[in-house]
Design a protein around this ligand. Structure first.
Ligand SMILES: [Zn+2]
Length: 76
């Protein structure tokens, strides 16, 4: 296989996969996050306030803005 042929093949593959790459990456990242055991959201057990979970910061270290109760995640 010549270098040019390889290049055009690579280009073709990129044209096919390229537009979907962000979705593929997002899917992979979501799966990875689940495997790490982190929860996606933190919820206040007192009033039901929900916020996005920040990776690396346990939900219990965040206090609810409306009732100051430590938030609870789905796992942590
Ligand atoms: Zn609350």
């Amino acid at each position: 296989m010549t270098k040019d042929k390889f290049k055009s093949l690579l280009n073709q593959a990129w044209k096919t996969v390229g537009p979907f790459l962000p979705f593929i990456l997002a899917g992979l990242l979501a799966k990875k996050g689940k495997r790490l055991g982190g929860s996606a959201t933190c919820t206040c057990p007192q009033c039901g306030y929900t916020t996005a979970h920040i990776r690396g910061i346990p939900c219990s270290s965040i206090n609810c803005p409306s009732c100051s109760t430590p938030l609870k995640g789905e796992i942590c």
